[in-house]
Design a protein around this ligand. Structure first.
Ligand SMILES: Cc1cc2nc3c(=O)[nH]c(=O)nc-3n(C[C@H](O)[C@H](O)[C@H](O)COP(=O)(O)OP(=O)(O)OC[C@H]3O[C@@H](n4cnc5c(N)ncnc54)[C@H](O)[C@@H]3O)c2cc1C
Ligand SMILES: NC(=O)c1ccc[n+]([C@@H]2O[C@H](COP(=O)([O-])OP(=O)(O)OC[C@H]3O[C@@H](n4cnc5c(N)ncnc54)[C@H](OP(=O)(O)O)[C@@H]3O)[C@@H](O)[C@H]2O)c1
Ligand SMILES: Cc1cc2nc3c(=O)[nH]c(=O)nc-3n(C[C@H](O)[C@H](O)[C@H](O)COP(=O)(O)O)c2cc1C
Length: 615
């Protein structure tokens, strides 16, 4: 993801090169950084795009404009790649005027359903101001909960950024009339290659030392056969010595369904050339290509492993696609979707809504019904995409992360995963299967897969007398299983698990393991079956059990200094569990509401309360 500058339009001689730095966990911030660069280039600025961990912090004092695009990770933390930079900025010996010559702008990405919405972006802004830097436009925060997703805040923010930049560095007269074409020049050239070159091209994951080759040795459904949800236990074995810690995360690169890829290639008229070897020559290196892209490939491989045809398309997709439609009416429709007005809310009277707010057309067409790129293309039949433009048009197919569900102490050479296979119906009753979870579920025993292992957010207490309390409903039990296996292996017995599932006998993951551990005195196992009660009764969740156990929890957390782990996929679950902890601190610690909240926040600050949650 490193990048460098490479001017491609007529550029200004006297204006500075803009530096765009992104910090991402799952790639959105990188996409937005690319979009900022696109806008800047259209105004004839030179720019460089950097992943934050590839940018040498020492260079920042010589920058004049830096644009940060920063996403938010678990419990309001910065993405892991940003931590060294953030620590560098927090150094107490930095003078208050350290950045007095620096102009900056920040776009944050987050999800307002989390308590600490866009905290890294907010904190970064505050720190830069304190060190004397000047904001050139107000910070904006893209919210995935917004009707138009993060685009809702991005579009107005990028306009204000461009206005500010053009005020600071007006266009020189000789460039005023030179309009940069909206259709970007492709960042690659595709040349023909031979089959031998494909065979000779090593798997790019080979060169990344986070990845190891694993063999699948178990792929077992652990929910009842008659239960609607397919949750799998996977075991992967590795020849190499691998050591990982509880809470660490496995990174899996999925392959799209071969049927979808076939349909896609046919739709775009590429069937005949789908397996022709092509060499990818990266021309404009200031625009990134997907990570781990091989230099020689085929269209079929590219759309199976590297470019995403199942994503819900963003507005920028339509903005580009309109150039490739040959039918006038289709082009008009695409124009509508790609213009801010097309995406902006329309005021259409609604009988059901007292606000009279209708939905934006683009939102209605894509996000609300989760229409995929593949489906959009099958409706705009006149579209003919020049092959060179694939890296502008299609988003990278992102690897997916899974909390490792085993401890390497207990299972040397193995990595276990607990995976809920995504399979649901959209509002249009179309079936949707998750790209990565379906891929994993389809793997036969013996399949070979390169899996990466990265650091997670959890840590274990060193002192063996410290109790732990794991709260992990659903697949949130994965990191809890890793913690508990490691603890039991080390002979630490003071362990508690709050597990939540839906129905007894149907989806109580690893129940036999928990009861065995409990019988051996290694675990207190508490289980909430949310839907076991009679129809009409409130659902029982992990936080309800925690509240039933008020005295025990207070004794563990307050008196014995227990470490608490919250993990799982439900957005509202972590907040529910925290609220229960606040209630307990209020009742048992006789604290006021604010004091009780501060008490729980302190647990987190002191790294005794951990959260590893995903949506
Ligand atoms: C740190 C971390 C740890 C994780 N650990 C685990 C784990 O241990 N086990 C696990 O199973 N997952 C885990 N995940 C989630 C995992 O990375 C994937 O996001 C998830 O498995 C889905 O991947 P997919 O490619 O199959 O689905 P995708 O093709 O990416 O589709 C998922 C999308 O479909 C939509 N969707 C899913 N279900 C529904 C529904 N019912 N209704 C409407 N829309 C829906 C959502 O928008 C969701 O974003 C973890 C994520 C992170 C970040
Ligand atoms: N974007 C989405 O639509 C979305 C979000 C999250 C999960 N999912 C789906 O869920 C699957 C993974 O989920 P999972 O198996 O890990 O289980 P889960 O959906 O997280 O559910 C596990 C348990 O948590 C309960 N729960 C729901 N809301 C809760 C809350 N506020 N507080 C505490 N507990 C709560 C559930 O109860 P009830 O269900 O009975 O209320 C269930 O008993 C994925 O395949 C995905 O398809 C979808
Ligand atoms: C595990 C996880 C934790 C998150 N925690 C927060 C959070 O605490 N606050 C917030 O505002 N957004 C949070 N988000 C939302 C992300 O910031 C948001 O999805 C963003 O678009 C991700 O961008 P990225 O792909 O560049 O990492 C979280 C997302 C995930 C998957």
């Amino acid at each position: 993801m490193a990048s460098c500058s490479s001017p491609r339009h007529a550029t200004r001689d006297l204006s500075p090169t803009l530096t765009i730095i992104f910090a991402t966990e799952t790639g959105n911030a990188q996409d937005y950084a690319g979009r900022v660069a696109h806008h800047c280039r259209r105004a004839h600025f030179r720019c460089r795009v950097f992943d934050v961990d590839k940018y040498p912090l020492s260079e920042i004092v010589s920058e004049s404009v830096v644009v940060y695009v920063v996403s938010t990770s678990g419990t309001g933390k910065e993405p892991r790649t940003m931590t060294p930079m953030w620590r560098g900025l927090l150094r107490s010996d930095l003078p208050y005027d350290f950045f007095e010559d620096l102009h900056y702008a920040i776009f944050g990405l987050g999800d307002s359903s989390y308590e600490k919405f866009c905290w890294p972006a907010k904190k970064l802004g505050r720190r830069l101001e304190r060190l004397g830097a000047t904001a050139i436009c107000p910070r904006a925060e893209g919210d995935v909960q917004h009707t138009f997703g993060t685009d809702g805040a991005f579009d107005p923010w990028v306009s204000s950024l461009m206005d500010a930049l053009l005020r600071l560095f007006p266009l020189p007269p000789h460039l005023l009339s030179s309009q940069v074409e909206e259709l970007p020049t492709p960042r690659v050239t595709l040349l023909s290659a031979t089959s031998e070159e494909i065979w000779d091209t090593p798997d790019p994951l080979l060169g990344d030392d986070r990845y190891r080759l694993f063999e699948l040795v178990r792929n077992e459904r652990i929910t009842a056969d008659d239960w609607y949800q397919d949750v799998r236990h996977f075991e992967f074995r590795c020849q190499d010595d691998i050591v990982y810690d509880p809470g660490d995360v496995a990174v899996v690169h999925p392959e799209a369904s071969p049927m979808d890829v076939d349909t896609f290639l046919t739709t775009l008229g590429w069937s005949n050339a789908a397996d022709d070897p092509i060499r990818i020559q990266h021309i404009f290196e200031d625009q990134s290509l997907p990570d781990h892209l091989p230099q020689v490939s085929t269209l079929r491989i590219l759309f199976s492993r590297h470019l995403d045809i199942s994503a819900v398309p963003k507005r920028s997709f339509f903005r580009l696609l309109k150039h490739f439609a040959t039918d006038e009416r289709e082009r008009e429709k695409l124009e509508e979707f790609s213009s801010p007005e097309g995406a902006v809310k329309r005021f259409t009277p609604s009988r059901r809504s007292s606000t009279h707010f209708g939905q934006g057309e683009l939102y209605e067409y894509t996000a609300r019904v989760r229409r995929t790129i593949l489906e959009v293309l099958s409706e705009f039949r006149s579209v003919r995409v020049p092959r060179e433009h694939i890296f502008e048009l299609f988003p990278p197919l992102r690897p997916r992360e899974f909390s490792i569900a085993s401890a390497s102490l207990a299972h040397p050479h193995e990595v276990h995963l607990c995976v809920a296979v995504v399979d649901y119906k959209t509002k249009l009753r179309a079936r949707r299967r998750g790209v990565c979870t379906s891929f994993l579920a389809s793997l036969p025993i013996g399949a070979q897969l390169r899996i990466g292992i990265t650091r997670g957010l959890l840590a274990l207490p060193q002192d063996s007398s410290t109790p732990v309390v794991c709260i992990g409903p659903g697949t949130g039990v994965a990191p809890a299983r890793a913690v508990l296996e490691a603890r039991v292996h080390l002979g630490m017995k003071d362990n508690t698990l709050y597990f939540g599932h839906r129905a007894s006998g149907k989806d109580e993951h690893y129940s036999r393991e928990w009861t065995t551990l409990a019988e051996a005195g290694n675990l207190t196992y508490r289980v909430a079956a949310s839907r076991d009660g009679p129809e009409g009764t409130p659902r029982v969740y992990v936080q309800d059990l925690i509240k039933q156990d008020t005295k025990r929890i207070w004794r563990l957390v307050h008196d014995s200094g227990a470490w608490v782990y919250i993990s799982g996929s439900s957005n509202k679950m972590p907040a529910g569990v925290r609220a229960a902890l606040v209630d307990i601190a209020r009742e048992e610690g006789e604290l006021e509401e604010e004091e009780a909240r501060a008490y729980v926040a302190r647990l987190e600050r002191e790294e005794r309360l951990f959260e590893e949650c995903w949506s």
